[in-house]
Design a protein around this ligand. Structure first.
Ligand code: PFF
Length: 512
């Protein structure tokens, strides 16, 4: 087998994995999800989700990548020839995510520039939707928006440039610089945020526990969903990164460090976000509930408004906030893109340069769809479907196949225990064999019920009330398309020696 790239240091791997996990999801998703689902009380389901799904799956994926030393498709194939498709499916979902994740980073770059003279004006919502994105009706493309297109090309140039340099010289160095920088920038933001007038009322609203919510199934589904999204698990990402680990690596310990590191950042983001929301509520005399938001709305509509109201250094604060989004986003996008760069290189035996060019180039071209005037609507639909269904379906398929059908947990546990300080107990098997499948199964059932059945009840039962045809093209076609392309890739011939003895492989092997 030819030499596989490797991380230079243990810290390099941990920083890269943390860089993948800490992303836009931490900053704009977690605070709002926690607030909406019980505030302080949300930490109970969240912690349980981290310990029964997040960290166990992280350990499992680290061990898979380390043991089978391949991109996700190759790892799955080496585990069992028939499961290669699961690897590709994760890769394809990651591919789709990368096409719009890159666009959000592009917006953040624009907004970092806008903050220099607060050019979003006083009506930040109409600036974002109207002046900046020039949004048209759902389903229409309109023309390209240069303000998105240019930063988008910059994002891809940076990301593909780093990936081109390889694992040690590219990804590792980038994360070694960007993650410490992100932490410093974010700490400055949080310290400034909690010293603002009214910050405390925001924190109170954030931490105020509503224990009644703990008994709601939705809250648990949200907690597990957040953990999956936030830790970048079940999308081929962590398997790929861990395939570059040297033989002697402490897998379990690394998983704990990454898991807790990511959650710490999430908590920090919650404090920062709600402190400034408290400030804004106080300034405008509104209850927190009226100003609280998540996602695109929080970052590009509410935050600019808050920045306008800042007592001093508005521009600097704005710049730091959007710079932190860019840093968190780029380090995640690197990991998402590396899944298909590695997958293509493994399967078709092409150089890293070529697979960066083919894979990354294709993603960059497709991402242009989101740089049109219709981009925001497409992004919304694709993101909703991929994240809701992608997480639940892929996560469920992955754990059920590994734990129940291939019965791999014992082997993986032995492998992890051989090289890790912390030895795994039966909690690990129970988490993966029982708890995670049950929770994800329930999650999926709920999603199908909400998205398929509800439609027949009311006219506007669709997600965000989009018209049927738009949901069909934008959402379902993306989700199903990813699966179909995964099947196509799986059925193609391996150009590389996979080390798996089968008919097609043994002939190539003998020829060597
Ligand atoms: N974990 C990162 C985040 O929270 O933003 C990156 C990411 C991974 C985003 C997987 C989305 C996703 F589906």
């Amino acid at each position: 087998m030819e030499a596989r790239s490797q991380w230079g240091t243990r810290a390099g791997f941990i920083l890269a994995a943390v860089g993948s996990a800490v992303g836009l999801g931490n900053i704009w998703r977690f605070p709002y999800v926690a607030y909406e689902n019980g505030g302080g009380a949300f930490f109970i389901p969240y912690l349980i989700a981290l310990l029964t799904a997040g960290i166990p799956i992280l350990i499992m994926e680290f061990t898979m990548g380390h043991k089978y030393r391949g991109s996700s498709p190759l790892t799955f194939r080496r585990m069992n020839k028939r499961t290669e498709i699961i690897g590709w499916w994760g890769v394809l979902v990651a591919f789709v995510i990368s096409t719009y994740y890159s666009v959000i980073i592009a917006w953040a770059i624009s907004y970092a520039v806008f903050s220099v003279n607060l050019s979003w004006g006083s009506d930040t919502t109409s600036y974002f939707v109207g002046d900046y994105l020039q949004v048209v009706d759902p389903g229409q493309f309109g023309s390209f928006v240069p303000g998105v297109l240019i930063p988008l090309l910059i994002v891809w140039l940076i990301v593909l440039g780093i990936l081109f340099r390889g694992v040690k010289r590219g990804i590792e160095i980038a994360n070694r610089i960007m993650i410490p920088l992100l932490v410093i920038v974010f700490l400055i933001i949080v310290i400034r945020a909690i010293t603002l007038p009214g910050a405390f009322s925001g924190l109170e609203a954030f931490f105020q526990p509503d224990f009644s919510q703990i008994f709601s199934g939705t809250v648990w589904v949200q907690a597990y969903g957040q953990i999956f999204f936030s830790l970048s698990i079940a999308f081929a990402i962590m398997i790929t990164y861990s395939s570059y680990l040297p033989r002697k690596s402490d897998l379990t310990n690394n998983a704990f460090i990454v898991g807790f590191g990511n959650s710490s950042f999430e908590l920090l983001a919650g404090i920062g976000v709600f402190a400034v929301l408290g400030f804004m509520a106080t300034q405008s005399g509104l209850p927190i509930d009226d100003v609280a938001a998540g996602g695109v709305g929080l970052a590009f509509m509410v935050f600019p408004e808050i920045i306008n109201q800042f007592p001093a250094f508005n521009q600097l604060f704005g710049f730091l906030f959007f710079a932190s989004l860019v840093l968190a986003g780029i380090t995640s996008l690197l990991s998402i893109t590396e899944t298909y760069v590695a997958g293509l290189a493994d399967k078709f035996k092409i150089s890293r340069g070529k697979s960066v060019l083919f894979g990354g180039g294709t993603a960059a071209i497709i991402s242009l769809v989101f740089a049109t005037q219709g981009g925001l609507n497409f992004l919304d639909a694709a993101d909703y479907f991929i994240n809701q269904f992608g997480v639940a379906v892929l996560g469920l398929v992955e754990v059920v196949v590994i734990a129940w059908f291939l019965r791999q947990l014992r082997d993986l546990r032995t492998h992890a225990d051989e090289i890790s300080d912390i030895k795994l107990g039966s909690w690990w098997n129970i988490s993966l064999g029982l708890i995670t499948p049950v929770v994800l199964g329930y999650m999926l059932f709920q999603l199908f019920r909400d998205n398929l059945l509800r439609r027949f009840d009311t006219q506007t039962g669709n997600y965000e009330g989009y018209p049927d045809s738009f949901i069909l093209y934008g959402g379902w076609s993306v989700a199903i398309g990813a699966l179909i392309i995964a099947i196509v890739f799986t059925s193609m011939k391996w150009k590389n020696n996979t080390g798996v003895a089968d008919k097609e492989q043994s002939s190539t092997k003998e020829a060597k």
